[in-house]
Design a protein around this ligand. Structure first.
Ligand SMILES: [Zn+2]
Length: 304
């Protein structure tokens, strides 16, 4: 009887709708390790290594069962900087259908900065980690069907000026007015303080209560911030692909960690990530998407 009462007490005190997110850790670590392997040569846009990352992601999208828009996951675009032109840069885009007029867009860039002076910059944390978490989220929602349509976009050209995100928004697979929220994942696997930041509630305070519902895990907890203009360089509003959504007045939340010793260094390798933190960080992100999916979002009027 006492045990039953304790059980009832516990169940009663679980937050409404709370649910443990189960992550396939083996798959998650396999994904980040593969994308950060030397054979991917740092995944710089336009390189053979970047192309191998595309092929791997296409295979994973197919395995998970994401639907393509049209007959391919690929969205090709021309990428240009002062130093180089890539005629066939490629975003990989798949989706899980739900309400066609209410769309969540999960983004993570798979490109990185390639090789310099014979050294490979593997970009395990930046941003094989975000892409691995995107794949874990896709697998989760394939099993637990969402109310919203959820688009999963692995973006190219982030390191060369957020150009994959710009291309996605220039030729969006759904009308921009249907996108209620962008959730951008960029660097999720290294934090000594076990802190994953959720940035963006300064601009979109209606998302705060949803983030506060996310339950902390043993190896990672959410912290809100890094989004106020007076923070200068510590304001992350412009620092990754979510900024392209923000510029078009599409709400966003960006998940990422604070800069660390391996940021944009050849030591950003699979060996230097924290697997326990990473797994829990991915689960926190999926929990947030689940909560956002369960709620209505305010009507938005995006800018073309
Ligand atoms: Zn990045």
């Amino acid at each position: 009887m006492k045990k039953l009462l304790i059980l009832l007490f516990l169940v009663w005190h679980l937050p409404a709708g709370a649910q443990q997110i189960i992550i396939d850790t083996t798959q998650l670590l396999h994904d980040i390790r593969t994308l950060a392997a030397d054979s991917m040569e740092g995944r710089q846009s336009g390189t053979a290594g970047n192309g191998r990352a595309q092929q791997y992601l296409e295979r994973r999208f197919r395995e998970i069962g994401l639907q393509p828009f049209g007959d391919s996951y690929r969205q090709h675009f021309r990428l240009q900087t002062q130093k180089l032109v890539v005629e066939q840069a490629a975003n990989l885009i798949g989706y899980i259908p739900g309400d066609p007029a209410k769309v969540l867009v999960i983004t993570a860039h798979y490109d990185h900065i390639g090789q310099q002076d014979g050294q490979i910059f593997n970009g395990a944390d930046d941003n094989a980690s975000g892409v691995g978490a995107l794949l874990a989220a896709a697998a989760h929602f394939q099993q637990h069907r969402p109310r919203h349509t959820i688009i999963f976009a692995a973006l190219d050209g982030e390191e060369l000026g957020l150009q994959g995100a710009a291309a996605f928004l220039k030729s969006p697979p759904v009308p921009l007015g249907h996108i209620v929220l962008n959730i951008n994942l960029d660097m999720l696997s290294i934090s000594q303080k076990k802190e994953l930041y959720a940035s963006g509630t300064f601009h979109h305070p209606w998302l705060r209560p949803y983030l506060l519902q996310v339950q902390p895990l043993p190896n990672a907890r959410l912290v809100l911030g890094h989004d106020r203009p007076e923070q200068g360089r510590d304001d992350w509003t412009k620092q990754s692909d979510h900024f392209q959504f923000h510029k078009r007045r599409i709400p966003y939340i960006y998940f990422g960690v604070e800069d660390h010793a391996h940021y944009h260094k050849p030591t950003d390798t699979f060996q230097n990530i924290d697997p326990a933190f990473y797994t829990d960080a991915a689960a926190l992100v999926i929990d947030f998407i689940r909560i956002a999916d369960a709620h209505e979002s305010p009507q938005q009027k995006p800018v073309k």
